[in-house]
Structures are given as structure tokens and as C-alpha cells.
Design a protein around this ligand. Sequence first.
Ligand SMILES: CC(=O)N[C@H]1[C@@H](OP(=O)(O)OP(=O)(O)OC[C@H]2O[C@@H](n3ccc(=O)[nH]c3=O)[C@H](O)[C@@H]2O)O[C@H](CO)[C@@H](O)[C@@H]1O
Ligand SMILES: C=C(OP(=O)(O)O)C(=O)O
Length: 422
Amino acid sequence: MDKLSIRGGRPLHGEVRISGAKNAALPQLCAALLTADPVTLENVPRLQDVATMLKLIRNMGASAERNAQGSVRIDSSKLSSPEAPYELVKTMRASVLALGPLLARFGEATVSLPGGCAIGSRPVDQHIKGLQQMGAEILVEHGYMIAKLPKGRERLRGASITTDMVTVTGTENFMMAAALADGETVLENAAQEPEIGDLAEMLIRMGAKIEGHGTSRIRIEGVPRLSGCTHRVVADRIEAGTFLCAVAATGGEALLRHGRADHLEAVIEKLRQAGAEVSAVDEGIRIRADGRLKAQSFRTTEYPGFPTDMQAQFMALNAVAEGASHVTETIFENRFMHVNELVRLGAKIQVDGKVAVVEGVPRLSGATVMATDLRASASLVIAGLVAEGETLVDRIYHLDRGYDQMEGKLRGLGAEIERIGA
Ligand SMILES: CC(=O)N[C@H]1[C@@H](OP(=O)(O)OP(=O)(O)OC[C@H]2O[C@@H](n3ccc(=O)[nH]c3=O)[C@H](O)[C@@H]2O)O[C@H](CO)[C@@H](O)[C@@H]1O
Ligand SMILES: C=C(OP(=O)(O)O)C(=O)O
């Protein structure tokens, strides 16, 4: 199992290229299943979840090829088996995004339930309820969602869907299903994350009729068929946010090329309050930080609030900042697994239910720590970049699931970081 060895204490300096967003690329790879025409996605990040999604698509009988420039071409004209098996779904929750497109195009789909993961339970009751409102018959049996259209029906039908909570993958599944449904679908309480807007733009390029994406009410007028398209995946706001925290924590200066400051306002606002200089420039985002920053309290919520996917990384920054802070996690019940590992590096953090109380310390000291989930891994890397001596981050397969060449990019910024094979 690979580990990362980090020798901390060097401020990060220079330029880093932000990749395409994992959480945009995954639904878009599923959206390619909505058409028999070839679809080309540009700027697809090289990370494990994308590799798993390509495997899933190929497993269904479609072809999916990546070229040297990072584009992926998907041809699902010969798709033979509309099924997402447990073996693939268990390593990647985003597989549930195959449900909407498969059902809409083929009138049937069998997709494994995602179950839970380290950060908490990952229920899909809202997905099932919404697709049932669109006329699907869905049976949950042997760990699978077995979905089909009633006899005699060829298409899902438009519906008015109000979810009990804001769900990102739910909104994406409904948008894709509704794009090929018969009639109008209105999604109330829809998610507003930039990845939703990017998916809507891709679907519109394919011929879908969608309005209101980026607001909490999305209207989709179904069309009988969609065509192929070429679409460029939006920059990864969470990767950008991770590098912003890393530069801020080490007291450095960097340009994040292609980073989208407009997608990261809640995080940037907190970084500025902490004392970092952050600006949106034509090439991306610039950040500069001097000395110790001031700790910031925050609470994770849906977009445009502070993203749950940035909670662990900002907590690493708070751990070495001046003063105390309260970090409240409202989306996932178990997303504080990095806390005990940060404590091993010398951080002072106590968890009480949904709140972590962080008492900033002037220094951390390197140790062996274990990554427990994707963003927890990134938090430990940031802490390792600050800590004195060597930090060994074990189980970095979690990191590889969602970051495109993290250690190479950090090395480019002057970090002393190395991957050690088993
Ligand atoms: C709103 C939010 O911040 N969503 C995050 C969530 O998206 P992801 O799409 O994975 O999760 P959802 O947005 O669907 O879930 C939001 C909340 O709704 C609950 N829920 C969801 C669907 C459902 O059918 N039933 C149900 O109860 C979930 O348990 C969770 O508490 O995790 C991703 C990976 O960390 C993040 O990128 C998303 O930003
Ligand atoms: C936890 C994440 O992803 P997933 O929903 O794929 O588990 C994430 O992107 O931070």
C-alpha cells in the first residue's frame, strides 16, 4: 500500500494547474450514456474514481477511451447490460448516477445500493422516490435497485419533484432522467453546486431543454432523443480550495491556474478573514499568506455555503492558526475522522457531536498517520506540510480516489513530498 512521506516546514511557492472537477466529471461520464452518439469530455482529471467510472461504463458494453490530452471519448451505441454491480459501486458512491440515465434511455437499470462509507451513511431514498414519481417501478432487492418502466411505457414522464433535503447527486440523477422524459419536470429544492450547472450545460449541448440551473428550481422539458457533444469539465473547486489551504497554512504564495474564485466564495471569505490575501485574476486564483493566520469558525452547508468537502482541509489550517475555532459539520454524521490523526501530529481538537473545537497550536510535529477518507487524507497532507520533521501518511488510496497527481503538484510548489510504494 502506497504512503506519502512529507518533510514539513517549507512555504509553498509558485504555480499549480487545477484539474477538471471529479464531482463534475463523474456525473458527466454517466450523462454520456443518455445518447447512442459519441460524447467527448475534455479536461477529465486523472484519478481513481474516474478510472472506476470508465470501468463501469465499459462493463456495460460501451467504449470509453482517453487520449493523451486528457479527453475521454465515450460511445455507448452498443451498450448491452444496463447494470452497475456492487464490486464497482462499493468503491465509488457516484455509480448511483448511472441510474437516471440508464432508466431514461433503456427503460431499465440495475444499480447496487451504495450503502455507507467512512464519512457516514449515503442514503438514496430521495433518488428512488423522485424516479418513482417519474413513473419508474423500483424494487430494492438483494442490495440492488432494480428499476424499470411499466409495461407499455417507453419513456419516463415529467413530474414535479420536491426533495426533503438538498441532494447533489439526487438533483443530477433527476436532471439526466428528465432530459429524456415525456413532458416537463420541475425540481424544487434543487442543489445549486457549480457541478450541477456544468452538467446542465453539457446536457443542453446534447439537445436537452433545461432552465433555472444554479437556482433552487430547475425546469426540464424532456426531448425524445439527445445527441453527442464535446464538453469541457469545469475546474475542480475542491482541489483549488485544498491548494489554497496548503499555501495559507505554510505561509507561501501561489497562482492556481484555472482555479475559479467565483465557485469558492465561502472558503475564500474565511481565508481572507484569517489574514491571507486572495484574489481572482484572469489566469485563476492568487494567494499570499504571511506568518500565522487567525483561526476561523465555520459551518458546512449546501452551496453556496461552506462545502463539506473543504471542512477537513480548513481544519488543518485552523489547527496551526492563532486562537480557537468551532467547526460544525452538518452534511455527514461521521466526517471528523481526521481529528484523531491531526491530534497525533500535535493538534488540539475535541469533538462534541457535530462540532469540533480547535485550539490553534504554534507547531505540529511529524508522525505516522492514517488516511481514512478522501478529504481527511488531504487534511493530513496539509498538516504534514506544516509539521516539523517527517510525516508519513498511510492508506493514500483514499487520496488517489479524488486528487489528480497531488504529490507531483505539491513538489512543483517546492514541497518535500514523496510517494513510497509498499
Ligand atoms: C449538499 C451537499 O453538501 N452535498 C455533498 C454530498 O453530495 P452527495 O450527492 O454525495 O450527497 P447528497 O447531496 O445527496 O446528500 C446531502 C444530504 O442528504 C442526505 N440524503 C441524500 C440523498 C438521499 O436520497 N437521502 C438523503 O437522506 C445525505 O445523507 C446527506 O446528509 O457529498 C459530496 C461528497 O462529499 C459533496 O461533494 C456534496 O457537496
Ligand atoms: C466524499 C467525496 O466524494 P464521494 O461522494 O465520491 O464519496 C468528496 O468528493 O469529498
